[in-house]
Write a protein that binds this ligand. Structure first.
Ligand SMILES: [Zn+2]
Length: 302
């Protein structure tokens, strides 16, 4: 936080976790960049929202990228995956628009899924059009519209690292706009934006976040909090895959078993395989009614 000013910021660096996400499959470079930037953004927003639970960000694309999903929980545990359309060809320098919004049909969704849901409580989901030519711009627009928070992001990712910087203008305690009386240093917001805007993508990719913080804000009095550490985690389980099969219905599952002899379902996030044979599937439909079968968007692809 900048002392005595209505500005807070966050910096994130995702290295090992990002490598783990990419270890499962290799994405075209342009796709990998978008996924890495989304992971950095999810970590920044997750630490930023006054909310205990998971944040799931999805892009439903109309181009080569059909679906991109990133999930981050309250402990900064992340996972992410991209589903490309069949035979999709992606140029190395493809723009975000070319990847996901060629006909303007792309959609961006943020789901907030509380950690301790009350019975019957649903996750909150907001879906908007893909308004912006970068991941940062799309999220900035979303935050302005849904949270009424002036938020700016700088994101960069390559195959090795994903980094991000977030700045947010804090409202006064009573929620009204910032007044000079409430904050003697009302210019701090513009000043911190100007400083952050000097950071190039190359600099963000090549500079560790503490160096970056010092380089940008050495003239400001910055209060730095204890860092937290992102990690890779996949919440898939045999039970969730079973619930997904139950939702498909007995008829469809029986027909698939008849065709294939058994079902081998792989998790798109972590690669874990779940095998269900005819006996397993029969058991699914004889056990009690569907328990907790609420499907998160992020787990639909199991
Ligand atoms: Zn998994």
């Amino acid at each position: 936080m900048l002392e005595r000013s209505p500005v807070r910021g966050e910096l994130v660096e995702i290295a090992d976790t990002w490598r783990q996400v990419q270890a499962l499959r290799s994405y075209p470079p342009a796709v990998s960049t978008v996924l890495g930037e989304m992971m950095a953004a999810a970590a920044l927003l997750s630490a930023n929202l006054k909310f205990h639970g998971s944040i799931i960000m999805q892009i439903h694309g109309d181009g080569p990228v059909q679906l991109l999903v990133v999930e981050c929980d309250a402990s900064l545990r992340l996972r992410g995956t991209v589903k490309l359309r069949e035979n999709a060809e992606v140029a190395d320098d493809a723009s975000l628009e070319q990847l996901v919004n060629q006909q303007g049909e792309g959609r961006f969704a943020i789901t907030l899924d509380p950690a301790d849901k009350l019975p019957g409580q649903q996750a909150y989901q907001g879906i908007v059009s893909l308004d912006g030519d970068s991941v940062a711009a799309i999220i900035e627009n979303y935050m302005m519209r849904s949270e009424q928070l002036d938020t700016r992001l700088w994101l960069a990712a390559d195959h090795h690292i994903a980094r991000g910087l977030l700045l947010q203008k804090l409202p006064d305690e009573d929620g009204t706009t910032t007044t000079p009386e409430a904050h003697p240093d009302a210019d701090a917001w513009n000043r911190s934006l100007t400083l952050a805007s000097t950071v190039s993508r190359e600099e963000l990719l090549s500079t560790d976040i503490m160096t970056l913080l010092q380089r940008l804000y050495w003239e400001e009095s910055v209060r730095v909090f204890e860092p937290r550490h992102p990690s890779f985690y996949c919440s898939c389980s045999r039970e969730k895959v079973g619930n997904m099969l139950k939702m498909l219905g007995k008829e469809e599952v029986d027909s698939a078993i008849a065709d294939l002899g058994g079902l081998d379902i792989g998790c798109d996030f972590c690669g874990q395989q779940y095998a269900f044979d005819a006996v397993d599937c029969a058991q699914l439909f004889t056990s009690e009614a569907i328990s907790d079968a609420v499907q998160l968007p992020g787990s639909q692809q199991h």
